[in-house]
Design a protein around this ligand. Sequence first.
Ligand SMILES: NC(=O)c1ccc[n+]([C@@H]2O[C@H](COP(=O)([O-])OP(=O)(O)OC[C@H]3O[C@@H](n4cnc5c(N)ncnc54)[C@H](OP(=O)(O)O)[C@@H]3O)[C@@H](O)[C@H]2O)c1
Length: 330
Amino acid sequence: MNFAIIGASGNVGRKTIEILEKSKISFKELYLVASKKSAGKKIKFREKEIEIENLENYDFSKAQITIFAAGSQIAKEWAPKAASKTIVIDNSSFFRMQKNIPLVVPEVNPEALNNHRNIIANPNCSTIQMVLALKPLHDEYKIKRVIVSTYQAVSGAGKEAMDELFDQAKNFLDKKKIVPKNFTKQIAFNLIPHIDLFDKDGYTKEELKMTNETKKILDNKIEVTATCVRVPVKSGHSESINIEFEKSYSLKNIIKILDNASGCKVIDDRKDGGYITPLEAENDYTTYISRIRNDNSNAKAINIWVVSDNLLKGAALNTVQIAECLMKKI
Ligand SMILES: NC(=O)c1ccc[n+]([C@@H]2O[C@H](COP(=O)([O-])OP(=O)(O)OC[C@H]3O[C@@H](n4cnc5c(N)ncnc54)[C@H](OP(=O)(O)O)[C@@H]3O)[C@@H](O)[C@H]2O)c1
């Protein structure tokens, strides 16, 4: 069994390498691939230096599982060709809503991996951490409607965007001029209520991804409305989620369910500092749930705060977990 990562030099690609390095997954070779800009550079992996290959010249038959972390355009062009030679797990949004493509969070809908056709989509980072919390609640109380607002870290927009936050923060403190490049406005000491393109109804594509992907993964009947906001946090997405159930619930039972939710941990002390912030979730595989409380305007609803490392469970970790599920079937 060999692995390959397309987009190995990027934020998600590098995290995927780190996870594979720490994991107990047994495989022989790891192939690292990126654009010609990175070809020839070396990345250390398990005592070896692996040279990054240029995608244009890469032979997809070298690995049985290939993780794509290079964006939608690369996935669109290369994943269908690759899929005749390898199983593709793609981080981009390109295949997510296509009918015969499984969209998988292993703790939530592993059965979707049955009968895949060699392309599997990894959901949006904000969707993944939300459905981890929603799944066991939906099993118990049937969720009717979700209202979510996100506070998304700059690392979710790629490595150049992450560097832009650092540069802008430095320039701001040095009283130098700030010219936004990857963001539409200044992100340092600010926030931007806009991620991805606008559609005709005024929602952004990021917001629609949360709605549509949650329905595909969990249940088409759940109504979801989202507001996605970019915040000047390096890594770790946070979400304020209002969840309305079909029936009445017990808050004690909700806390118990969330604490037992696969991949999640409740930290909710109802006192100063008794909750999780994105900085504390960085480099952690766990999705944290805090601020669990009754919605005091609706007897069938609750409010929760969910935080997870967007580069880990939101991307790299989820793809590696999908790969592990597939390896059990191969
Ligand atoms: N960041 C997140 O939180 C997150 C979460 C979920 C999903 N995703 C998705 O994961 C994907 C990667 O995101 P990222 O944040 O890692 O982006 P990134 O840091 O900008 O990295 C992009 C990667 O793609 C490679 N690439 C770009 N153009 C290429 C080309 N023409 N041929 C071959 N390789 C090329 C880059 O290689 P070079 O360095 O050689 O240019 C780099 O390795 C995106 O689809 C993103 O939407 C990201």
